[in-house]
Design a protein around this ligand. Structure first.
Ligand SMILES: C[S@@+](CC[C@H](N)C(=O)[O-])C[C@H]1O[C@@H](n2cnc3c(N)ncnc32)[C@H](O)[C@@H]1O
Length: 322
């Protein structure tokens, strides 16, 4: 399955998991695809549900897609905007980035949000305690080259086309409000922030949120798929035994990067939790996408690694030579 990337990126984007989610879903598409934590929207946009409800507490993501849906943000509007703003960035460098950031924090234009998202440091989305976007410049004054602008315009065109052929709604709201709308013909795909990781003004997640999500999903009449992390080299996600193990839990290995070095490629077991029986796993060639059984074997490896780590901690010298 070829996965297309939407115009606004976010931390925790699940582009690598879309195929797995597609294979896991057991849904006839009759009801509504409900995504209470849409983030970039990459999952729903690629799966093309006929009817969908995409929601998030980040109002800037939502107003960008509301603009696409209503036709105020078109590929042409985006092209003209990025070409002219990109030329200013090339001329004035970081100073111009910070000017746009100030303007965005004052006026909240979705086009400025797109500009910042595509030129800030590492494509991060982060807001300070006053709700102001505070990510520094990504140090590329020539960021908006002709090819890069065309790439973004194509991404906008793709989402705009899909939205116009479907019945999609974008709402700025908390997950509890979104989940209250689910009925038995719907499929909910939940990808909440990971507890204890990145938090900011629009994006905090703690045990209380996780318990509240659990209560809502436990009682929903709809089917659900929840994405979460299962374990990494160092620890396991306590929410799985504490909350989610009463549902079906399937796992798969995924790699993520810490910094730019290839040697910093770290394994992580991702989990999908469902309230319906998932299909038997499809065997894969790619080791990045192991089937569930292989992933179980990996869990054992993680546990072994954990034991080694305990040993290493008792021997600080051997840690230095690792
Ligand atoms: C891990 S990201 C989702 C990533 C998305 N699945 C993707 O592939 O791009 C989590 C999203 O949840 C949103 N969020 C955080 N707290 C929320 C809440 N209480 N209700 C709804 N959305 C929330 C954040 O703004 C963020 O966009």
């Amino acid at each position: 399955m070829k996965i297309l990337i939407p115009p606004i990126k976010c931390q925790g984007i699940k582009s690598k998991l879309v195929t797995w989610i597609a294979e896991t879903r057991q849904w006839n598409g009759e009801g509504v695809w409900i995504e209470p934590f849409m983030g970039s929207g990459v999952v729903g946009f690629n799966l093309k549900p006929r009817k969908a409800l995409f929601c998030d507490t980040n109002p800037h993501l939502i107003s960008f897609y509301q603009g696409i849906n209503s036709g105020t943000i078109t590929p042409l509007v985006v092209r003209e905007f990025l070409e002219s703003e990109g030329a200013q960035l090339a001329k004035h460098g970081a100073d111009y980035y910070y000017e746009v950031r100030k303007r965005f924090n004052r006026e909240k234009s979705p086009l400025d949000f797109l500009f910042l998202n595509r030129s800030c440091f590492n494509g991060l989305i982060r807001f300070n305690k006053n709700g102001k976007f505070n990510v520094p410049f990504g140090h590329k004054p020539r960021r908006f080259s002709k090819a890069y602008v065309t790439k973004i315009v194509n991404q906008v065109e793709w989402v705009a086309k899909r939205a116009s052929l479907s019945d999609w709604t974008f709402l700025h709201q908390d997950f509890r409000t979104t989940l209250a709308r689910a009925t038995e013909t719907d499929l909910i795909y939940c990808d909440p922030p990971y507890a204890g990781r990145h938090t900011d003004y629009f994006n905090t997640w703690n045990e209380t949120h996780e318990k509240s999500l659990y209560q809502d999903l436990k009682t929903t009449k709809a089917q659900f798929i929840l994405s979460t992390w299962h374990s990494n080299e160092h620890r396991e996600n306590p929410a799985i035994p504490n909350l989610w193990s009463e549902f079906n839990v399937i796992t798969r290995e995924h790699y993520y990067h810490v910094g730019a070095k290839e040697s910093n490629r770290k394994p992580m077991l991702e989990a999908l939790i469902t309230n319906f029986k998932p299909p038997a796993p499809v065997p894969r060639k790619n080791t990045d996408e192991l089937d569930n059984y292989a992933a179980d074997a990996l869990q054992l490896r993680f546990i072994r690694q954990k034991k080694q780590r305990t040993y290493t901690l008792e021997n600080p010298l051997s840690e230095e030579t690792e």
